[in-house]
Design a protein around this ligand. Sequence first.
Ligand code: C2E
Ligand code: MG
Ligand code: MG
Ligand code: MG
Length: 275
Amino acid sequence: HQKRAQKGGVGIFDESLREQLLREIRLRDHLENAIHRHELFLVFQPILEAKTNRIAAVEALLRWRLDNEYIPPDEFINIAEQYGFIKPIGLWVLGEACMAGKRLQQLVPDLSVCVNVSIQQLLDENFPEDVKATLERTGFRPENLHLEITESLFAHDKHRLIENISRLKKVGIEVSIDDFGTGYSSLSVMQEFDVDLVKIDRTFIWTMDQGGRAIVEAVSQIASSFGYQVVAEGVETEEQKQILTDMGIDYLQGYLFLHPVTEEEMVEHLNIQAS
Ligand code: C2E
Ligand code: MG
Ligand code: MG
Ligand code: MG
């Protein structure tokens, strides 16, 4: 890339960089009004208890359809964070997830709902109150709400995070560390932050035949010794499922069981399980 840019002045590198910037600006401009335009919606993916194969929880995953194009969350969440839209969007997601969770609990009364939150939300001093207010407004039970945090927690104001997590725990919800093992200092996270659950990153699950297995095993053992429950995400094959179950991993999530689906499809799926 570098070479082309240097040689031609305005080479392919500049062109693709320009396109990337234009796309980002276009997405930013649309994302600001995406909630009001009803372009955002949630899909749900089940999390199974490994021992029983029972659906214990669903993870709410945000989708954005813009002019018949699906923008991947890894792309637009980033833009939302960068341009200051993540707090209103995150709060909207939380409300929608709790309302959907309430409806799905008519089929599975103790179903939990996992919601991804951005570190910016977690750093906001109003966040614990916002969560509490959302639970009250929707009537969703706090103990069934799990908030998933991805980013390396140590890169931010530690005192604020510890305080907000502790305030959230007082509201009665559970907190999970998502994509565990990919961030910096992840092992000390377990010691310093009062979390309930760790989700081992899917890249480790996919490389269990090339050494990833030792990592999954180690993380799982350490997590258990701290009293945390463990979820393996990205489970795609029967073989992975077997290995993880034998290892004593508590919960499994992945395409092997179900892709993320709409609420209607999730209802059908839960109905089949119940019958
Ligand atoms: P995540 O929280 O780690 O979510 C799991 C991602 O893995 C989802 O991608 C899911 O569709 C995908 N996945 C699940 N099982 C499998 C599998 O077996 N194989 C493969 N290849 N993939 C699997 P998705 O929906 O594209 O979301 C990507 C990321 O975007 C999420 O990763 C999360 O960090 C973020 N995200 C999604 N919704 C929200 C949201 O409402 N708020 C925030 N802050 N972030 C969100
Ligand atoms: Mg997640
Ligand atoms: Mg994850
Ligand atoms: Mg992630």
